[in-house]
Design a protein around this ligand. Structure first.
Ligand code: SF4
Length: 381
């Protein structure tokens, strides 16, 4: 039996799984954020005899499954469980996988800043998330204590203030919306005082993972500026858009904050045209514009989630005409190593005929004349 046997009929993505009918031992433990192997055993998400084997996974990678997502898990192999429940396959690392798959470190001029493109920076005030995704491209860093101190945030803001080319600041992490409303408001207000910053974007899983956090205080914090504020929501399956998550999106949209979605193409989660159609339709109906569909990055131990690029291209092609342009994100590929993003399309990819592709950078910033082989070879680390 595989994950597809347990998928919900998604004509109504707000349907929650019927746990009783699925014979799943969801206990009261699912009312709190699940962080330890004991929590997951108590919640019925991991068998007790798996715990010893899984200890190495827990030791290496952060785990947290908040109630809003734990309640959606109908079976250990379903599309929600696959994204968040630790799996032994995370210890299988292939040669091309790398600890810093998109090259954050090589583009970090100061702690908490990634400056990959001239006109925008990532600002990472925290490495904590409301939920830890098993396929995360920053899985080697999230969940650690590497968030910024007050002095480090001041230094990062100083870098932005001293760099007039920076037009857009993207708060990410970790998840910036796990910070208190006071801290978020302070950062937004500080960015508001930098004249050349015109756009502030926050990337977050919180609207689906902990929708109750999107409250009046948090929204007031996001409004500490006259500049454009966007929120990019990470959502991979229509079932994540529960009534509560849709209501959280509505609170943001009603406050005048445009909403975008970023999704990752994941095997066993959303790797059919029907899965993607349901996801994108549910997002648009929730007033969230699908922005990027990411090809999975080569983070360690994520091979069991990887959808071959050829299959991804076919899926996106299948969606053309099936859903409106409003519901079609750009299928996007981060060139391994830090050369940046390119749309996964015939303008940027050339098949080599053996399952590999030549990826061309839109603007050459890197070595090799802006041409890269994909999948990548093993890094020289
Ligand atoms: S919420 Fe984002 S940063 Fe956090 S674990 Fe998931 S993908 Fe990674």
């Amino acid at each position: 039996m595989d994950a597809s046997d347990f998928r919900e009929p998604l004509d109504s993505p707000r349907n929650l799984p019927d746990h009783a009918a699925m014979n799943v031992a969801i206990s009261e433990a699912a009312l709190k954020t699940l962080k330890t192997s004991a929590d997951l055993v108590d919640g019925g998400f991991v068998a007790a005899d798996q715990v010893t084997d899984l200890d190495a996974v827990f030791a290496r990678y952060a785990t947290a499954i908040p109630p809003a997502l734990a309640r959606l898990i109908a079976h250990p192999g379903d599309p929600i469980a696959r994204q968040f429940v630790p799996d032994l396959r995370e210890l299988d690392v292939s040669p091309e996988e790398r600890t810093d798959p998109v090259g954050d470190h090589v583009h970090s001029p100061i702690k908490g800043i990634v400056h990959r493109y001239p006109d925008r920076v990532l600002l990472m005030p925290t490495l904590t998330c409301a939920v830890y995704c098993r396929f995360c491209f920053r899985r080697e860093t999230v969940g650690s204590d590497g968030g910024l101190s007050a002095d480090e945030i001041a230094a990062a803001l100083g870098y932005i203030a001293a760099t007039p080319a920076i037009w857009e600041v993207i708060l990410t992490g970790g998840d910036p919306l796990v910070l208190s409303a006071r801290r978020i408001g302070e950062i937004i207000a500080a960015l508001d005082r930098i004249p050349h910053v015109k756009v502030i974007r926050l990337h977050s899983r919180v609207p689906v993972a902990a929708p109750e956090r999107i409250d009046a205080g948090l929204i007031a914090a996001l409004k500490q500026t006259r500049k454009a504020v966007y929120v990019g929501i990470h959502c991979n399956h229509a079932a994540e858009l529960t009534i509560e998550a849709v209501a959280a999106c509505a609170r943001l949209a009603n406050a005048g904050i445009p909403l975008l979605a970023q999704s990752v193409l994941l095997k066993g989660v959303n790797d059919t045209a029907e899965d993607l159609e349901n996801l994108f339709r549910a997002l648009v109906a929730a007033r969230v514009k699908p922005y990027y569909l990411h090809q999975l990055d080569y983070a360690p131990g994520t091979g069991h989630f990887r959808v071959p690029l050829e299959q991804g291209l076919a899926l996106v092609q299948a969606l053309r005409g099936r859903v409106s342009g409003l519901a079609l994100p750009t299928y996007i590929l981060d060139i391994p190593g830090g050369a940046g993003k390119v749309p996964a399309d015939s303008g940027h990819l050339s098949p080599e005929g053996d399952g590999t592709y030549i990826v061309r950078e839109p603007v050459t910033r890197d070595s090799a004349n802006g041409r890269h082989t994909y999948p990548p070879s093993a890094p020289a680390e």
